[in-house]
Design a protein around this ligand. Structure first.
Ligand code: IMP
Length: 191
């Protein structure tokens, strides 16, 4: 089966290829010649994932899926959520985003949070949503150098180390993204 993954992020493509295995031929946006900057204007992760998947399906008539991820912090009513990449402004500056997050949690005893990834799949015009969640807590300061985004301040449940202190294989084994990808894979196996 051929499926377009609406991304050009090499790490995401590799991780997804490893999870979906040989049964699925995964194509990137570059592979189908799509250079569109697809606007992510929805107010939910589900909405943004669907915008991207529908864009590809409606323009190319190819079965496809797209993902969107957010960090949802309990004491902040689920923020930054869908705005995670641009929490501190439009230019996706992870340092500034983490600084704003730590500031907004100053003095709060509840530091529970979760990463959530939503995948929107369209096969032959039929839409399906999958999600993957990893619960954890926001540390009081940055820890570790690996990873990206909010990894230095996110400590997954059951661990003392932050995502940025873990080898990538360890993070990938429990991450929101890999859980959503496994849910997608389970569904594809039933087709
Ligand atoms: P995207 O939908 O995968 O582009 O993720 C949106 C934003 O969520 C990113 O810009 C990061 O700030 C944050 N994010 C997503 N996944 C992770 C992760 O695995 N670790 C840390 N931050 C992440």
């Amino acid at each position: 089966m051929k499926l377009v993954f609406a991304t050009n992020n090499k790490h995401k493509l590799e991780e997804m290829r490893a999870i979906l295995g040989g049964k699925v031929e995964l194509l990137s946006l570059a592979d189908i010649g799509c250079e569109d900057d697809i606007p992510e204007t929805a107010e939910t992760l589900e909405g943004n994932a669907l915008i991207k998947a529908r864009h590809i399906y409606e323009k190319y008539y190819l079965s496809c899926f797209a993902d969107d991820t957010g960090l949802e912090v309990d004491a902040l009513g689920g923020a930054p959520g869908v705005y995670s990449a641009r929490y501190a402004g439009e230019n996706n500056d992870s340092e500034a985003n983490m600084q704003k997050l730590l500031q907004n949690l100053t003095g709060k005893s509840d530091r529970h949070a979760q990463f959530r990834t939503v995948i929107a799949l369209i096969i032959d015009g039929e839409e399906k949503l999958f999600d993957g969640v990893v619960r954890g807590e926001i540390a009081t300061e940055r820890k570790g150098e690996a990873g990206f985004g909010y990894d230095p301040v996110f400590v997954p449940e059951g661990y003392d180390a932050s995502f940025a202190q873990m080898p990538s294989e360890q993070k990938n084994a429990i991450s929101h993204r890999s859980r959503a990808a496994s849910a997608l894979n389970d569904y594809l196996q039933t087709l």
